[in-house]
Design a protein around this ligand. Structure first.
Ligand code: DC
Length: 226
């Protein structure tokens, strides 16, 4: 295991669903002794709250009302982020298909994003943080020390999603359809669409193992720390 390093970088990892962001961010954070913050979990928590409160995913003012009252906490654990909404542990529920699709819908609204970005900046303010999402390098931390854009072929991303939760009963076709729909919405929304930051390092993980991706990023981190 690598020793925790004194200099605390801010690392942004962006990319589409299934590119490997969460797994890599969580493993890298453990190796470096950094905090791993999964910004998607915050949009997922808001989506869950909207479902529970019967608020339309298209109703921006009502969603802003919900998000302002939402007490979202991300607790980094060995297996990724534990997500608390108030006192409720929603870590598993927010990964289910209805919440996943809703997260992509509630995240198109500019005022919802304003709130999220402000809180994400607060959470990562101290450095020593790896934040992953869609707009971390472009919007949340445009001055991040290291920006990685992870991508992979859609078929491979779909396969990875399937392997993550083989017991879910969701078919490969349904997962592929969900990924396509989310990709389209996340990449084409008017505000902070999923695009690589101009200074992001692109890493196509299609043919790489998790270990290979991790080694590659660790080498980039070492370079930055020189
Ligand atoms: O990373 P994820 O799959 O948990 O993200 C769920 C949704 O949240 C994703 O489809 C789009 C949205 N999201 C976003 O708009 N901006 C982020 N920084 C992270 C996620």
């Amino acid at each position: 295991m690598t020793e925790p390093i004194a200099l605390k970088l801010t690392i942004a990892i962006d990319g589409p669903a299934g590119a490997g962001k969460s797994t890599i961010a969580s493993r890298l954070a453990r190796k470096l002794g950094y905090v791993n913050l999964e910004s998607g979990a915050m949009y997922r928590a808001l989506a869950l709250k909207a479902i529970q409160s019967d608020v339309s995913f298209d109703d921006e003012p009502a969603l802003v009302g919900l998000v302002s009252d939402l007490r979202i906490r991300l607790e980094p654990t060995i297996g990724g982020n534990r997500v608390l909404m108030g006192k409720q542990d929603v870590s598993h529920r927010i990964r289910e298909t209805d919440v996943t699709l809703a997260a992509s819908r509630v995240s198109v609204h500019p005022k919802v994003r304003e709130w999220m970005v402000a809180h994400q900046r607060e959470m990562g303010a101290g450095g020593g943080v790896i934040m992953e999402g869609r707009d971390i390098g472009t919007k949340v931390f445009p001055n991040a020390d290291l920006k990685i854009f992870l991508d992979a072929d859609p078929e491979v991303r779909g396969q990875r999603r399937l392997l993550q939760d083989p017991a879910s009963g969701v078919s490969a076709e349904a997962i592929a359809a969900e990924l396509r729909e989310r990709d389209r919405r996340d990449r084409t929304r008017a505000v902070s669409p999923l695009v690589p930051a101009a200074d992001a390092i692109h890493l196509d993980t299609t043919a790489l193992s998790e270990d290979e991706v991790l080694q590659h990023i660790e080498a980039l981190v070492k370079e930055k720390l020189k």
